[in-house]
Design a protein around this ligand. Structure first.
Ligand code: AN0
Ligand code: CP
Length: 317
C-alpha cells in the first residue's frame, strides 16, 4: 500500500476489518516490520487522538516516530506555486516536502480544508503534493476532504458492537458554533457505502455532501424519520459543501442535537462521534455519558486502524 485517502485504497474492506481485529488481539505481533524505519507525522492543524494513536501505532510496529507541528516552531510554509514570497511565509512546501521525506520512510499528513478555494481543497492539493514530491508512502491523518483512519476505526467499532448482520447506521448532522470540514462525514459515508450496513444520512437542506463520497446513499431530511429503528447513530457537524455556500454555516438549529428523546426513536442505538465533541451542541451530556455511548472505544480503535494501515505500508516498502 502506498497511500490512504479513500476506502478503496484498503482493497477488500471486510478483509481489512478482520486484519484489524487480529492486530487488536496482539498489537505487538509485527514489531519486526518497523525496525529501523521512521514514521513522520506532519500536522498543519490541531489533534489529540490522531497525534497519539498514530505514534502509538508506529511504536507498536517497532518504528521510530517523529511529529512535526508545522505551525509551532517550523517555518511558515507557502503552499501555492507562483506566489511572490514577500509576506510572512519563509519556506515553500515544495522544498519542505522533499527535505522532510529525506528523514523518514512513511509520512502521515494532517491538513484541513482551508475553505478559501473549494477546488484547492477538493483536489487534495496539499496531500497530493506530499504524494508527488516526497517519494514516500503517504497517508491522510485528516486532509482537506477525507479522514480515512477515523472512518476505518468507526467501521471496526461497528463490527465489534453490531447485533445484527446488517445494522442500520445513521449519519446525522448536528449543530456547532464554528464552520467545520466535511472530511469526517465524507469518509464515514465512503466507508459505510462499502460496508454491509443499511446506511442513511440526515441533515438540514443545504448540507448535501459531495457525490464522490455519498455515491447515491439514502438521504432523509427528516431527522426523526431517519433515526427510526437505527442501530448506530453517528453524529457530526459539517459546513456546507454546495455552491455558493461552500465552507459556511447555514444552520445552528438545536433541534438537531442528539438527545435522549432523539435516541428513544432508535432501536436502542449506540451513539458514536469521532471527538472532539461539543457537549449540548452536538450531543447532550446524558447521551454521551450513557452506556450506549461508544465514543471512548471508538477513539481507542484509532490505534488499531492506524496500525493496520501502517503495517500494510511497511509490508510493501
Ligand atoms: C475537526 C473536524 O470536524 O474535521 C476534527 C475532527 C476529527 N474538528 C474540529 O475542528 C473541532
Ligand atoms: N478524531 C480525531 O481525529 O481527533 P483529533 O482531531 O484529536 O486527532
Amino acid at each position: 500500500m502506498r497511500k490512504l485517502l479513500m476506502a478503496q485504497d484498503l482493497g477488500d474492506l471486510n478483509k481489512a476489518v478482520q486484519e484489524a481485529l487480529e492486530i487488536k488481539k496482539n498489537r505487538y505481533a509485527y514489531k519486526h516490520l518497523g525496525e529501523n524505519k521512521t514514521l513522520l507525522c506532519v500536522f498543519f492543524n490541531n489533534s489529540l487522538r490522531t497525534r497519539l494513536s498514530t505514534q502509538k501505532a508506529g511504536m507498536n510496529l517497532g518504528m521510530n516516530t517523529m511529529v512535526l507541528d508545522v505551525n509551532q516552531g517550523a517555518w511558515k510554509l507557502e503552499t501555492e506555486r507562483g506566489v511572490v514570497m514577500d509576506g510572512d511565509k519563509s519556506e515553500h512546501l515544495l522544498e519542505a516536502i522533499p527535505v522532510m521525506a529525506s528523514f523518514c520512510d512513511v509520512i502521515g499528513v494532517r491538513s484541513f480544508a482551508n475553505f478559501q478555494n473549494k477546488e484547492f481543497d477538493y483536489q487534495e492539493t496539499i496531500l497530493n503534493q506530499f504524494i508527488k514530491y516526497s517519494g514516500k508512502p503517504v497517508f491522510s491523518m485528516e486532509s482537506a476532504t477525507a479522514h480515512p483512519l477515523q472512518a476505518f476505526a468507526d467501521l471496526i467499532t461497528i463490527e465489534e458492537y453490531k447485533k445484527k448482520e446488517r445494522p442500520k447506521v445513521v449519519l446525522t448532522w448536528a449543530p456547532h458554533p464554528r464552520a467545520l470540514p466535511q472530511a469526517v462525514p465524507n469518509s464515514f459515508a465512503d466507508f459505510m457505502n462499502e460496508a454491509n450496513v443499511d446506511f442513511v444520512i440526515t441533515h438540514p437542506k443545504g448540507y448535501e455532501l459531495c457525490d464522490k463520497f455519498v455515491r447515491g446513499a439514502k438521504v432523509e431530511y427528516d431527522q426523526d424519520k431517519a433515526l427510526e429503528g437505527a442501530d448506530f447513530v453517528y453524529a457530526k457537524n459539517w459546513s456546507a459543501y454546495q455552491d455558493p455556500n461552500y465552507g459556511q454555516i447555514l444552520s445552528k438549529d438545536m433541534s438537531w442535537t442528539v438527545s435522549t428523546e432523539k435516541m428513544a426513536l432508535t432501536d436502542n442505538a449506540y451513539f458514536m462521534h469521532c471527538l472532539p465533541v461539543r457537549r449540548n451542541m452536538i450531543v447532550t451530556d446524558d447521551v454521551i455519558e450513557s452506556p450506549q455511548s461508544l465514543v471512548i472505544p471508538e477513539a481507542a480503535n484509532r490505534e488499531i486502524s492506524a496500525e493496520t494501515v501502517i503495517k500494510r505500508i511497511l509490508e510493501k516498502l
